[in-house]
Design a protein around this ligand. Structure first.
Ligand code: SF4
Length: 358
């Protein structure tokens, strides 16, 4: 099995390191007008609370580039500028304290312009993400293959990486996004075999919360399981907080989120004794922002309940009109159904506090 993640070059983005370890950094992108500092900061704060570790904003004009200074002053996670073509915006973003720039050097134009961006980034230790996208491959590559292919995407990445390496710049992160899942998996796999730069994972234009979550889980999950990807953005046509929620859940599946609560809930069957579906949903919502490695189980009955969730730190197994509270598979006491959710929340809080203290 290919394990690329921990072998990559560590790249510093503000106070967060991407690559060089088994960590996967979770990121998202705002959907506000970047020049609207108030709205942008507000959205970034909500993303931070949800567990977002790096946030990207579009820098599509000089007002947006100017706004970076004030946005940076008001937030505490690293900020990335998303720039297409215009080198002046990249230079201005760097001057204003941006922590990373997403720009493809091959699209900037004349060599002097690329040199200016690279010089500004080098001086301030700002890395560059090269964003290869199946939907916007260079014409000569499309002409060669006829349509977007993984090999064509690799050649595009090589082209942009080559420009930066020629200028002695190696603080590089690469993404190989496609909305076609098998194509994205193949392209990222080729990139992992070819480069030791960290990879930023993404299935682009994945869709709405429902279809986009399934598509992202299929594509990103396959890559994470191979040990590919040092940072990740789930792309959804939704509030970006949803992207973080999905991303965190995905990382949990692979043991890559050490500071999140895992919820185990039974699939329900005819033995069910409590209103399990609403209890599980309420608890899922409650634990979504708790940053502690706790496993919580919510089970419909006591027949298989505690046994099925032996791995859980804490849980509830339904019994007629009440629930059995258990810790590590051992029943500790009974709770009436009416107060079950509240009691469980208190137990979770107490456990989370213990993690805060250690
Ligand atoms: Fe059925 Fe009980 Fe298992 Fe839930 S825990 S699936 S209710 S047997």
């Amino acid at each position: 099995m290919l394990i690329h993640r921990s072998k990559t070059r560590p790249v510093q983005v503000g106070d967060v390191t991407i690559g060089g370890s088994d960590s996967v950094v979770l990121q998202s992108m705002t959907m506000t007008k970047t020049a609207d500092v108030k709205a942008t900061v507000e959205q970034i704060k909500r993303l931070e609370d949800a567990g977002c570790q790096i946030v990207r904003v579009t820098v599509n004009n000089m007002e947006a580039a100017e706004a970076i200074k004030e946005i940076k002053r008001q937030i505490s996670i690293p900020l990335v500028a998303d720039i297409h073509f215009d080198y002046k915006l990249a230079v201005k973003a760097v001057e204003n304290g941006i922590d990373k720039v997403r720009i493809n050097p091959g699209n900037i134009g004349k060599r002097e312009k690329v040199e200016e961006v690279v010089k500004a980034c080098k001086e301030r230790g700002v890395p560059i993400r090269i964003g290869v996208n199946a939907g916007s491959l260079e014409k000569h590559i499309l002409d060669k293959y006829g349509y977007p292919t993984a090999q064509g995407m690799l050649e595009s990445a090589e082209l942009h990486v080559g420009i930066l390496e020629d200028l002695g710049f190696e603080d590089i992160i690469i993404s190989m996004k496609a909305s076609d899942v098998p194509l994205a998996i193949d392209a990222y796999t080729l990139a992992a075999e070819r480069f030791n730069y960290p990879l930023h994972l993404g299935i682009t234009e994945a869709g709405t919360i429902f279809s986009g979550t399934v598509k992202s889980a299929a594509g990103l999950g396959a890559l994470l399981a191979k040990g590919i990807g040092s940072t990740m953005r789930v792309s959804l046509s939704a509030d970006p907080v949803e992207e973080i929620k999905v991303g965190r859940e995905l990382l949990k599946c692979y043991g890559l989120a050490s500071n999140a609560v895992t919820l185990i809930s039974c699939p329900t069957c005819g033995r069910i004794e409590i209103d399990l579906i609403s209890i599980a949903n309420e608890i899922e919502n409650y634990v979504s922002t708790i940053k502690a490695p706790i496993k919580v189980a919510v089970l419909g009955c006591a027949v298989n309940g505690p046994g099925e969730a032996r791995e859980a730190d804490i849980g509830i197994a339904g019994s007629r009109g009440e629930g059995l509270l258990f810790r590590h598979g051992e029943i500790v006491r009974k709770i009436p159904e009416a107060t079950m959710v509240e009691e469980l929340k208190k137990e979770i809080d107490a456990l989370a506090k213990q993690y805060e203290l250690t």
